[in-house]
Design a protein around this ligand. Structure first.
Ligand code: PLP
Length: 402
């Protein structure tokens, strides 16, 4: 089968998300590298969009998957049977989280985790108003889309959830809209797809205070920024503010599909009655995926990668700052938004990097920046290699456009 036939089949037989897919024809992946079918090797500076934080095919994750395969696959819908890997993952998560976040419910994706968290807030408070933040992205199902901000992406799918309001990112005065009518406030602890926006500590503390005063549940969405990505296991640790509900996804699965919403046993308990089965899922907590996620957390606890995240991020940031075409670098740990003077320039750089064997990517709501989110397992040598490739791409294409 020729490459052309594979591309045509991909485009005709698989539902497409856009007109310009990357079309890397993947052969295999290991650590921070992906190889295509022609043997070309890419440095993966995206990690499947902040998923493979521990690198591709971590051996401990593979072992955990193999061991679980030898025991059982799906045996029952979530919440009925006691399954070793589910319980181990719940214990592992509880060991890493504050007391009020000891009860985890495993689902299938980030967006499902957010859907469930929004339902939990409504059910627990008996209120229906939801508040989110301008610039946010929380997923692509109807509820998550309702609390996401990008109107261009939302409007064709209206009507969405009613009673959703938005606070301004980092604007303490805007917190006034949170009242005793509010069921929950959902916020990306650090905004990812808005182009890496880190809120101030003051804003986060004021937000926590307002939610406590009004009885609204504070939900932190760490689907993208959790699991070590920004230099701590959970991004909220840097603000000294603890949410009532935490959602996770992406990197938690060590390369397998997962989501989780996590709260106190007391809050979570309300999903068991009035009505019972307040959130249900057939495949949530799948034993193989929980085994992978449990191993992934153990890897991150054992390796020093989270602690090295800031140093490595700083090295790459310093290198890239040598190029004065870069307008701004926004960074949290190993999550980068590199802003250039236009979206066209971003496209040129990302494409040139790809030619040179380095994978970068776009943001959903920040066209004049490109994204870097390499595996946390990347070494300093590899960071330097990647930095040099990006600098070369900037230099080469800049000569071409002049
Ligand atoms: N929340 C945030 C902050 C995300 O970045 C994403 C995905 O990019 C989601 C939720 C949705 O996760 P998923 O694509 O697994 O549904």
């Amino acid at each position: 089968m020729t490459d052309q036939i594979r591309t045509t089949d991909f485009k005709n037989l698989q539902g497409q998300t856009n007109k310009f897919p990357y079309l890397i024809d993947v052969d295999r992946a290991e650590g921070i590298y992906i190889w295509d079918k022609s043997g070309k090797k890419y440095i993966d500076m995206i990690a499947g969009v902040a998923v493979t934080n521990i690198g591709h095919r971590n051996p401990l994750v593979l072992d955990a998957i193999r061991q679980q395969l030898d025991k059982h696959l799906h045996v029952m819908v979530y919440g009925e049977y006691i399954q070793d890997s589910q319980l181990a993952l719940a214990k592992n998560l509880a060991s890493l989280l504050p007391e009020n976040l000891h009860c985890s419910y495993i689902v299938n994706s980030g967006t499902e985790a957010n859907e469930a968290a929004l339902k939990l807030a409504k059910r627990y408070t008996g209120r229906h108003e939801l508040i989110s933040c301008k610039g946010s992205y929380h997923g692509n199902t109807h509820g998550s889309m309702s609390v996401s901000y990008n109107e261009v992406k939302k409007s064709p799918f209206r009507p969405l959830l009613p009673a959703v309001k938005f606070i301004e990112f980092n604007n303490i005065a805007s917190l006034e809209i949170i009242t005793k009518e509010t069921a929950g406030v959902i916020l990306e602890t650090i905004q990812g797809d808005a182009g890496v926006r880190v809120p101030t500590k003051e804003f986060m503390i004021a937000l926590r205070k307002k939610c406590t005063e009004t009885g609204a549940l504070l939900i932190f969405d760490e689907v993208q920024v959790g699991i070590g990505r920004t230099g701590s296991m959970f991004a909220f640790e840097r603000f000294n503010v603890v949410p009532d509900v935490l959602t996770l996804g992406k990197a938690l699965g060590g390369g397998m599909p997962i989501g989780a919403f996590i709260s106190s046993t007391e809050i979570m308990e309300c999903l068991t009655h009035d009505p019972m089965l307040g959130h249900i899922t057939t495949f949530g907590g799948h034993p193989v995926i929980c085994a992978a996620a449990d191993a992934c957390l153990t890897v991150l606890k054992t390796e020093n990668w989270i602690h090295e995240c800031e140093t490595k991020g700083h090295i790459l940031e310093t290198m890239l700052k040598q190029n004065n075409e870069i307008v701004e670098i926004r960074r949290a740990g190993l999550l980068f938004a590199i802003e250039l003077k236009s979206a066209e320039r971003v496209q040129q750089i990302v494409e040139r990097c790809l030619e040179k064997g380095l994978i970068g990517f776009w943001f959903l709501s920040c066209p004049d920046s490109f994204r870097l989110s390499p595996p946390l397992s990347i070494t300093v040598d590899e960071i330097e290699l990647a930095g040099n490739i990006i600098l070369e791409a900037l230099r080469e294409t800049s000569t071409e456009t002049n």
